[in-house]
Design a protein around this ligand. Structure first.
Ligand SMILES: [Zn+2]
Length: 436
């Protein structure tokens, strides 16, 4: 691999590099925080741990050979070994649904991930053993890379999500009041999960907090789409990265423990996914994709974030509003801390911070040393409501000229006001989680 030259600020250079590197982002001084993933009782034994260690070794070998393989062929070199390991692991599952789902996964591996053999029964299984070529961050490798992610269902949280989404009337009404053209379209299944084993690409940095299946396995057209939300990975990420950055940049008090013990992280991601399904009749990304795909993806993420946080904070009254806004700003910092031009969703979050800066919502706290910022919850929400309307009139109504103008004004490529935030963030070495 060539010597990596990258710069936290260099959007153009990083965007170019993002297409090429197999280790991404190219941080040299990343701080890794060890976090232990507890095993479900069915699998809490030495045999399971040993099998996982072997699977991990094989997947790392698969990952290395995949990254050096110019043709990027999507099949395991050691598929028989992997299938045999999964089969041994499946014998430890106590319930028939999980056993069946793992058998279907084995079949999928053996058939080189042919879409016809996609393991559909995983959607209703208590335990899901994902193993295959799973999507990486946009900009890196669209084919996915060798990974394994073992998941356990979270029945109570699943029920809460189902209850919240039984009637989407209030969301629909809220959106019409915000802008007469906005509509919530049907959205895919959303399942909260606990991760208990991660390997291959999925175990590199930074870590994902959700996967969208089967699209993230390269199957674009499916009737059974589902977001797997990785609840414990997200909570640890918030605790070890986002909240630390929040306290470094903002002087507002953030009640971390109350956020982590609430449904805010779960509903925060759920509302982001809902935000991806809010459109107008004119919405079509084709024109933006051909103008600048990176810009288009960034704006889609911005829309999902903005609609998500206003719905969660204004509509879901059981959530404490200052906590929702604190959580949201902490997440904006976590993504921005990854640098500029590395990931569209990071650029998108920096865009939102620029907007809040420009709206006079993030201000320097003169009561302290003057190096931290301060905000008021309601002002953040009303600035984001304005941004939602602006995005609707421009991006969601297919007005290319207006969209480019807004994107340029607030994107990290041009906006100088966010430099204060970036300067502060740059002093903290990149942080990631190391699951043990
Ligand atoms: Zn998204």
């Amino acid at each position: 691999m060539n010597e990596l030259k990258s710069d936290f600020y260099d959007n153009y250079l990083n965007r170019e590099l993002a297409q090429q590197q197999d280790k991404w982002p190219p941080y040299k001084d990343m701080v890794l925080k060890d976090v232990t993933l507890p095993l479900p009782k069915e699998f809490d034994n030495q045999k399971f741990k040993n099998l996982c260690l072997t699977l991990n070794d094989i997947l790392l070998e698969e990952l290395v050979s995949h990254c050096s393989d110019l043709e990027n062929i999507k099949k395991f070199k050691h598929k028989d070994k992997i299938a045999a390991l999964l089969s041994e692991l499946s014998s430890m599952a106590q319930d028939s649904k999980s056993k069946h789902a793992i058998q279907e996964r084995i079949n999928f591996v053996l058939k080189d991930f042919s879409p016809d053999s996609y393991p559909i029964s995983e959607l209703n299984a208590p335990f899901v053993f994902l193993c295959g070529f799973i999507s990486t961050f946009f900009g890196k490798d669209t084919n996915g890379r060798p990974s394994a992610i073992f998941l356990e269902e979270m029945p109570k949280q699943k029920e809460n999500v189902a209850k919240l989404l039984t009637d989407t009337g209030p969301i629909q009404r809220y959106l019409s009041q915000l802008h007469s053209s906005l509509k919530l379209f049907p959205f895919p299944d959303f399942q909260p999960k606990k991760v208990f084993f991660l390997s291959g690409e999925a175990n590199t940095h930074p870590k994902h907090i959700a996967y969208f299946m089967p699209e993230d396995e390269g199957i674009k057209k499916s009737k059974n789409k589902c977001s797997y939300y990785l609840s414990n990975v997200h909570n640890e990420t918030l605790r070890n990265i986002s909240f630390i950055l929040h306290d470094y940049v903002f002087s507002n008090y953030l009640n971390s423990e109350s956020i982590l013990s609430s449904d805010i992280p779960l509903y925060g991601v759920l509302s982001h996914e809902l935000g991806h399904c809010i459109f107008t009749d004119k919405t079509n990304y084709k024109v933006f994709n051909s103008y600048d795909r990176w810009m288009s993806v960034t704006l889609q993420e911005i829309c999902a974030d903005v609609f998500g946080v206003i719905i969660a904070s204004e509509l879901w009254v059981e959530l404490n509003k200052p906590d929702v806004v604190g959580y949201y700003l902490a997440e904006c910092l976590r993504y921005s801390h990854r640098g500029v031009g590395y990931f569209p969703d990071s650029d998108g979050m920096l865009f939102q911070l620029s907007w809040l800066f420009d709206s006079g919502v993030l201000v320097i706290d003169t009561s302290g040393s003057g190096s931290r910022l301060i905000y008021e919850t309601d002002m953040v929400i009303s600035a984001l409501r304005s941004l939602a309307r602006v995005l609707t009139d421009s991006f969601l109504c297919q007005n290319l000229e207006l969209t480019v103008e807004i994107y340029n004004k607030y994107s990290p490529l041009y906006n100088k006001e966010t430099l204060l935030i970036l300067e502060n963030l740059k002093k903290i070495a990149p942080i990631s989680l190391n699951f043990t």
